[in-house]
Design a protein. Sequence first.
Length: 102
Amino acid sequence: MNNFLIPANTKKSKLILGFFTPIDLVVFGVGCTLTIAMLFVFQSMTLQMALLVLLPAIIAAFLVAPVPNYHNVMQLLTNIILFIINRKRYYWKGWCIYDGKK
């Protein structure tokens, strides 16, 4: 009857902790390190200042957050930017003998 069972996420075992690539960990690590350094520099702060200090870690966490049909938000944004900046006019390159010319 040819029933095949294909795992839904076959590449998950190649990821670190099942979610992260090395680039994801670098982005998250840089954001957290920058936030920790800023916490040491700015000792007394207001609520607005605290939000600005925490902003690098929040942005890094947002970028590596998983989203459906993509690996994470960073990959989704990369695909959107590449779609916007790439060529929009597609040229015919078919398999017929005339190749779009007469």
